[in-house]
Design a protein around this ligand. Structure first.
Ligand SMILES: [Zn+2]
Length: 380
């Protein structure tokens, strides 16, 4: 056993109990600076200036070790922020399983990734195992639109391939992830007193409903999904509502298809509004809509031949494990690293489960397993 599992557990619990909601990662960043500066000889630390754009109370933290092996450098990535409710985390340990006390998330997404990296480098150094040059990239604001990764000062990063530790499971290497667009739609009707002058109104909620019925939602095809997740409108039961806002998203592993689906969404709103307005014309009334889309993140697609995939497969074989190559449905820092920073990145799980819920949990054995994988990646 290369990894000190109880020390890993301690680091993990400590990290989880330092609150770090998005934009307030500063205390975790300070803990990590202190950790690497005092416990891991040879660490060089850089904090970038991404906070001037992200609004976080710290930048992304990059920790570099030169290593003794004359091999290509790799980076490992985990994000420092957690989702809400994530303040006042108290970790409960039941045997091998860590959970929150039920009122917050655990924050194992992604403190498990951070703890794995802390413990792995401690173990490598303690056992005097030679390792390749490695950089850890700890990002901010992953959970609010990958803002830390988007604003990473990648000139500070010397390696060009690496692994993001930020997913469920332990037996897969994620080599593909979809692109996503956010959709914002405002539907404008005409307000009127619902009891006295209903003929003077155009009910925006009703128009929105007709649009919603026609929108393809859920799983569109094997590589695409769509959702409307928020709807708001209306002011009182006796007022015909003149305004409704809808927010949603579309994802696809194929960016061309994502653009086509987004246009299709727009055309459905346009078609329904046109049809409604034909009916309202006799009353000299009309509805209108405003459709906005925002590219949230681009797709990522690696091949089994990519060097980092091969390295990970070899590292897992050295551990007598067999990892599957898969494509997944989420967007993460890896999408941004691959597309915008020239950092070839795959994603590997940490064993985290039920993430983004107060039921979130993780097994120590799974974190140990993934620490051993990283240990092997850096030292074989
Ligand atoms: Zn995450």
């Amino acid at each position: 056993m290369q990894i000190n599992s109880e020390r890993l557990a301690d680091i993990f619990v400590t990290l989880c109990e330092i609150d770090s909601p998005s934009r307030k990662e500063g205390r975790v960043c300070a803990y990590l600076k202190e950790f690497f500066a005092t416990r891991t000889p040879g660490a060089t630390l850089f904090e970038d200036n991404s906070n001037s754009v992200t609004g976080s109370d710290c930048g992304n933290l990059i920790v570099r070790f030169e290593g003794e092996l004359d091999k290509e450098p790799v980076f490992l990535n985990a994000h420092m922020d957690t989702v809400a409710p994530g303040e006042g985390v108290k970790v409960q340990r039941e045997g091998d399983i860590f959970k929150s006390h039920g009122e917050t998330v655990l924050g194992g997404d992604d403190k498990s990734g951070i703890a794995i990296l802390c413990e792995t480098i401690l173990s490598l150094q303690e056992k005097r195992t030679p390792y390749r040059p490695v950089e850890f990239i700890f990002t901010t604001c992953e959970e609010i639109g990958l803002l830390g990764a988007k604003n990473l000062e990648s000139s500070l990063v010397q390696s060009s391939m690496g692994v993001a530790l930020d997913s469920v499971g332990t037996d897969e290497i994620i080599i593909g992830a979809p692109a996503a667009s956010r959709i914002f739609v405002e539907i404008q009707g005409v307000s009127a007193h619902a009891g006295l002058h209903p003929e003077d109104g155009v009910n925006a909620i009703q128009v929105a409903s007709q649009c919603l019925i026609k929108l393809p939602l859920g799983r569109i095809d094997v590589e695409s999904t769509a959702n409307i997740g928020l709807i708001a409108g209306g002011t009182a039961t006796n007022i015909i509502p003149d305004h409704v806002s809808l927010k949603g998203e579309i994802r696809s592993h194929c960016e061309k298809k994502l653009r086509r689906l987004t246009k299709n969404f727009h055309d459905i709103f346009q078609g329904v509004i046109d049809q409604c307005n034909a009916g309202f014309a006799s009353r000299n009334l009309s509805a209108d809509f405003l459709f906005q889309e925002e590219n949230e993140y681009p797709a990522m697609k690696l091949t089994p031949q990519d060097q980092i995939v091969q390295l990970l497969l070899q590292a897992s074989e050295a551990e007598s494990r067999k990892l599957d190559l898969i494509v997944a449905g989420g967007g993460s820092d890896a999408n941004i690293f691959n597309r915008y920073h020239g950092l070839t990145t795959v994603i590997v799980g940490t064993g985290m489960e039920k993430v983004h819920t107060t039921d979130e949990r993780i097994r120590l054995a799974d974190m140990v397993r993934q620490s051993n994988l990283v240990y092997s990646l850096l030292s074989f």
